[in-house]
Design a protein around this ligand. Structure first.
Ligand code: 5GP
Length: 208
């Protein structure tokens, strides 16, 4: 499957941003063993800030009326898209830090994550200073697969007494259970590209 792709043209609306991201995934994505899609040439290692800004603007359009005053994401791969989204909400970004123990456990909200790409469990923490009951949080991440990262962030918000207005994710793999877990937990999920199927030979099918 070949696509041509140039500078994104923002026409507004979810259909348009989904199409842009799908085209970019087809152009630059690589499928690795373990059901991992790499799009780190523009999303989460090298970052195409003009393109991420288009995606961030779409998250803003989707959640603009939710009173968001904080964006929460996971270290490290969610930080880029979270910051590019926060510029439209004019609010701070907080990221959950991985694998670092705090001197005082009482200073942090803590949850456990099973890493999809590394296959191991680890704790993530957020300082109590930066998340509390006055916060209306949009959780943002690069991928949604089995939902462990998103559920850990939700768990941290619930410990803090913060309100979660929703979860905005760039790429959801709809054949995995993450979206269902979040929906069952009462969280609104918005994905900018939905992958229905991908195979090691490079075929990617999208859902709308
Ligand atoms: P989950 O916790 O939902 O199973 O997986 C989500 C997390 O694992 C994301 O934060 C992301 O960093 C990583 N992840 C899951 N699937 C993929 C994938 O196909 N490609 C990449 N690059 N990361 C993924």
């Amino acid at each position: 499957m070949s696509y041509t792709f140039s500078v994104p043209v923002w026409l507004g609306g979810k259909e348009n941003s989904m199409e842009l991201l799908e085209q970019r995934i087809c152009k630059d994505g690589k499928i690795y063993a373990g059901d991992v899609l790499k799009i780190d040439s523009f999303l989460n290692h090298q970052m195409d800030v003009d393109f991420l800004s288009v995606l961030g603007k779409e998250f803003y359009r989707l959640f603009a009326d939710c009173g968001v005053n904080k964006i929460l994401t996971m270290e490290a791969s969610g930080i880029g898209i979270a910051c590019m989204t926060a510029q439209f909400f004019h609010c701070p970004v907080v990221y959950a830090k991985k694998g670092r123990s705090s001197n005082m456990a009482s200073d942090v909200w803590r949850s456990q994550v099973h890493s999809y790409t590394h296959g191991s469990d680890h704790d993530v923490v957020v300082s109590r200073q930066y998340l509390g009951e006055h916060d209306r949080v949009l959780i943002v991440d690069d991928f949604l697969a089995r939902g462990s990262a998103a559920m850990a962030l939700l768990n941290i918000c619930r410990q803090a007494g913060a309100t979660v207005v929703g979860f905005g994710v760039c790429v959801e793999k709809t054949y995995q259970e993450g979206e269902r877990l979040l929906r069952n937990a009462g969280v609104r999920v918005e994905a900018l590209a939905k992958i229905k199927r991908m195979t090691p030979d490079g075929t990617i099918e999208f859902d709308r």
